[in-house]
Design a protein around this ligand. Structure first.
Ligand code: HEC
Ligand code: HEC
Length: 299
């Protein structure tokens, strides 16, 4: 599936210049063939040729513009080099093959197939230290990662090359929307994530003894790839459900929430403004009562 997308993208980018070149040559050839024709006709041809040139120019500009923005919304193909894939294969054979099999087909009783999970899922699992899994359970817990960033991307490239699936977003891409999208991000977070991760992203227990973890340590790319791959009990949020732009808004919101140092005083567990008001109300009333009693006692 991703290979097709890859081909499409290449087709779009690769074709634009070729069309311009060919037609450009055709434009030169045409007046030569019409040398015998009367002047008026040649003028018309020239005019038509120049409007054709303008059209081609415009199309090229549009194509060029597309080429410039296309990679920012697309997948990251830059990691898919043969060196990365080969290095990833080595790492996979050393650390993953016993549970996931030589062709990612899985090993009964040890690990599931990871055909089609894609580079996004591998990045999430390996960069959060969940994979390689310990021999006995607890793979759902975040741990100190065993591989560095480069090795993680190599593993991701290898698994992607064998089985396809949802790809990592371009590494250079800004995955965090700006402050103008905080409102939208907050709304999307409350709608899609808060039911499991809690309103403040601090994590919460789920049924059957599972937990939705605290998002405090998650990086932008880990959040993005978590949404793309839906680890364990978490649903997959594909791009047709939550667009890449909306994913950026959610990430911007969560990171801003983590970074804010509770302006206005103590966080009171982030239960919100009601709590602060209530606190002032009760403490204030208490002080008032004590003063009344004190005044009464003095009289
Ligand atoms: C000891 C066995 C074991 C080893 C070693 C191991 N895995 Fe896994 N892996 C698992 C199990 C079990 C799961 C399923 C966990 C779950 O349900 O969340 C899993 C899940 C995954 C997933 C997510 C699959 C999905 O459908 O979302 C990926 C990706 C993955 N492993 C990659 C790797 C990579 C890459 C390595 C090597 C660096 C590795 N694993 C090493 C057992 C293992
Ligand atoms: C149905 C419950 C559920 C919903 C809804 C949900 N998640 Fe999760 N999420 C989980 C569980 C369970 C895990 C742990 C998975 C694992 O460890 O394999 C998780 C893991 C994560 C992680 C990894 C945290 C870490 O350890 O670094 C991130 C990031 C995350 N979720 C973000 C989100 C975002 C953003 C949304 C909303 C778009 C969302 N989740 C919606 C259940 C949920």
């Amino acid at each position: 599936m991703t290979d097709e997308e890859h081909l499409d993208a290449d087709g779009d980018l690769g074709f634009a210049p070729a069309v311009v070149d060919d037609t450009g040559r055709g434009k030169d050839a045409r007046p030569k063939a019409a040398t015998a024709a009367p002047r008026r006709r040649r003028g018309g041809l020239r005019r038509r040729a120049s409007s054709l040139a303008v059209l081609i120019g415009a199309l090229t500009a549009v194509g060029g513009g597309y080429a410039m923005i296309a990679p920012s919304s697309g997948a990251d193909d830059s990691i898919m080099t043969s060196e990365n894939i080969e290095a990833g294969r080595q790492l996979f054979n050393n650390s993953c093959i016993t549970c996931h099999g030589a062709n990612l087909e899985g090993v009964p009783g040890r690990g599931p197939t990871i055909v089609g999970t894609g580079s996004a899922s591998v990045y999430f699992q390996v960069s959060t230290g969940r994979m390689p899994a310990p021999v006995q359970g607890a793979w759902e817990l975040r741990k100190i990662p065993k591989f560095n960033e480069q090795e993680t991307l190599q593993l991701a490239a290898f698994v992607q090359s064998v089985g396809g699936g949802p790809q990592l977003p371009a590494a250079t891409e800004n995955l965090r929307a700006g402050p103008e999208a905080l409102g939208e991000g907050g709304e999307l977070f409350r709608l899609n994530c808060a039911s499991c991760h809690g309103a403040a992203g601090k994590g919460a227990p789920l049924s059957a003894g599972k937990i939705a973890p605290d998002l405090n340590l998650s990086t932008d790319l880990q959040m993005y790839t978590a949404m793309q791959s839906g680890p364990e009990n978490m649903p997959v949020f594909a791009n047709n459900q939550i667009t890449p732009e909306q994913k950026r808004a959610i990430i911007g919101y969560v990171q801003a929430m983590k970074e804010s140092k509770d302006p206005g005083g103590a966080s009171l567990g982030r239960i919100g403004p009601v709590a602060e008001g209530l606190l002032i109300w009760t403490v204030g009333l208490g002080v008032l009562m004590v003063s009344i009693l004190w005044i009464g006692a003095r009289l």
